[in-house]
Design a protein around this ligand. Sequence first.
Ligand SMILES: [Zn+2]
Length: 208
Amino acid sequence: MDEEYASGLLENAVRELSRLPGVGRKTALRLALHILRRDESEGIALGEAIIDLRKNIRYCGECHNISETEVCPVCASPQRDHKTVCVVENVRDVMSIENTGQYNGVYHVLGGVISPMDGVGPDQLEIDSLVRRVADEGITEVILALAATMEGDTTNFYIFRKLGALEGVRITQLARGMAVGNEIEYTDELTLGRSLLQRTLFSDSFNQ
Ligand SMILES: [Zn+2]
């Protein structure tokens, strides 16, 4: 049963805050009251930051990373190696890999991994656009940097088969130093950087 709020405005704020992951109604109420107690400008800055985020961030037309511009700074940079593409599940993985300082290529964000259990098939992911990019842009290496989970492996293999027909493309994957099932974003930067540098040919993983 819903609690009674002294104000409909407070109730609104609590309802919206409690939609956030990990925030129950009790925490939402505590946050709302905290915002009320603090300086008015802080609450307004928070609201404006959320509105700005939602209205002004879009997805890069090339790699599907979040961006404020049509093409993200990584894709737009002449300093990056545009012949090497690192395939990741989500934008947090891009941040993790950027934080290692060990990667100078560009990215391709799939927006998830193939997961029949969750109803996610290849068509819901940015796989076709990856194949098109690799074919059209003369990409020479595709690094598969998905989590070492069953879904990650399935997706890696699907992409490998899709790209297999293209000539002159090396398909590699992160060295499996990470524990099985580790999500990339939880791996420390040193380990992640090392597994990038020591990447191996994907075909070696099943041509034993
Ligand atoms: Zn981009």
